[in-house]
Write a protein that binds this ligand. Structure first.
Ligand code: HAM
Length: 423
């Protein structure tokens, strides 16, 4: 049986890569405007990074990690990164970036790996575009990060985005809220799904965003975190809302938004695009003021987000918002016979030197088939090296759009094509 790609992974062929390049370019542009610089971290890390960083009770750590050991690393355990925030913090500490700059603004793009049940919009290898700001506790930064996400999505032409925000408190106020939730859910424990029964004492906040219908109905009337925020978290959240309003960002408050990773403190947010159906979260993020310390670094408040690139592409495709591919002017050299092929090769090299897109036949095709191929690849100019022309030291340039032809001396062909293409 032929070998196939692993379940939940995708091949992206050149037609699709055009769209990837389009979104990546716009992501880079917006990062530049907001002052973010790109980083790249390894696709796999020491498993301990994710256990400590993301949290041992999260679904990601408990069910979704691709973890492996190799014989020659003394039994060390590695994990394909399920997300990039923990890795960014690890890189921030390992490279002692905290000592070099006051505020660090990084972005990244790349593959992440989660062993989840594949479905439309959910993959086992997927790509995230994300950004992290390390070194500020100001809600101005939270709002700026949210504004950047919303602006990017809107600039792609997406409408009807739902920006949900919440505060998940901090180590001062969350334990009190946690107790309240346990008190609320304890009498209903037997009716909760098995996952939530486990979550009850480990991470009861997660019950609030369980997708199970029974758990959803059981959590109606549950205490809301807003009633339990400490003064600092309350003020931070109020300021965040003020800045979002000032920036004209429309948002909804979702007291059930708790996010699936343990490192969040204060601000949590998600951008939903409902036409995507079940996997409608295009981006999500929040503040993680304790993560740098959790990974043995100095106290460093931070905030960030990540966007699912496949989900963004699905949304753009659904709304017909992907640009028509543009055809760059290019050339094709038609040649038959050994002498003509050497001349064709020389012309191609000269044009490649000038960064003009050009190809010649490499499959022994007939003259007719070469012309057909030139048509297929949308060559704007076709250089024909026929026997008669070659004997006279000439070549024909055919303008494919108009079918007009001109004859030029062989040694000026590449200059002529270059000036036609480059203007
Ligand atoms: P996350 O919510 O786990 O957050 O993932 C962010 C986004 O990645 C999701 O909103 C979704 O668009 C996409 N995504 C997640 N899982 C999959 C999947 N299996 N298939 C396709 N797309 C997926 C984080 O990863 C945090 N690191 C975000 C963050 C950065 N928080 C602070 N800084």
């Amino acid at each position: 049986m032929a070998i196939r790609k692993p379940r939940g992974t995708q091949d992206f062929l050149p037609e699709q890569m055009i769209n990837w390049h389009y979104i990546e370019q716009r992501m880079r542009e917006i990062c530049k405007v907001y002052g973010f610089n790109e980083i790249r971290t390894p696709a796999f890390e020491d498993t301990k990074l994710f256990l400590r960083g993301i949290g041992e009770t999260t679904d990601v750590v408990q069910k979704e990690m691709y973890t492996f050991t190799t014989g020659d690393d003394g039994g060390s355990s590695f994990t394909l990164r399920p997300e990039n925030t923990a890795s960014a913090v690890r890189a921030y500490l390992e490279n002692k970036v905290y000592g070099k700059e006051g505020l660090t603004k990084w972005y990244y793009m790349g593959p992440m790996f989660r062993h989840d049940k594949p479905q439309a919009g959910r993959y086992r290898q997927f790509h995230q575009f994300g950004a992290e700001v390390l070194g500020s506790q100001s809600p101005v930064v939270d709002s700026e990060v949210i504004c950047m996400v919303v602006q990017l999505l809107k600039d792609f032409g997406l409408k009807d985005l739902n920006v949900e925000v919440n505060s998940v408190g901090c180590p001062t106020c969350r334990p009190v809220y946690r107790e309240k939730l346990i008190e609320f859910f304890e009498p209903k424990k037997e009716q909760l799904c098995s996952d939530c029964q486990e979550r009850l004492y480990k991470n009861p906040l997660r019950i609030l965003d369980c997708k199970n219908e029974t758990c959803k109905s059981l959590s109606v009337g549950a205490p809301e975190i807003h009633e339990h925020l400490c003064e600092e978290c309350h003020d931070h959240f109020e300021e965040l809302k003020t800045y979002l309003t000032a920036a004209n960002v429309q948002y909804t408050l979702n007291p059930r938004l708790v996010r699936g990773l343990d490192y969040y403190t204060k601000t949590a947010f998600e951008v939903q695009y409902t036409p995507l159906g079940a996997q409608s979260a295009v981006a999500g993020g929040g503040r993680y003021d304790g993560l740098v310390e959790e990974l043995d670094g100095p106290h460093t408040p931070a905030i960030g987000f990540a966007m699912g690139m496949e989900r963004l592409l699905l949304a753009l495709e659904k709304q017909n918002l992907l640009p028509e591919p543009t055809v760059e002017p290019s050339a094709f050299v038609v040649a038959l016979g050994d002498v003509a092929k050497v001349e064709a090769f020389k012309i191609c090299q000269a044009l490649h030197d000038a960064y003009v897109t050009v190809e010649m036949d490499g499959q022994g095709k007939s003259m007719k088939a070469q012309l057909k191929y030139a048509n297929k690849i949308n060559a704007k100019y076709v250089i024909i090296l026929g026997d008669d022309e070659l004997a006279r030291g000439e070549a024909i340039i055919r303008f494919m759009e108009t079918s007009e032809q001109e004859t030029v001396p062989l040694d000026t062909v590449s200059e002529r094509i270059t000036s036609l293409v480059k203007g």
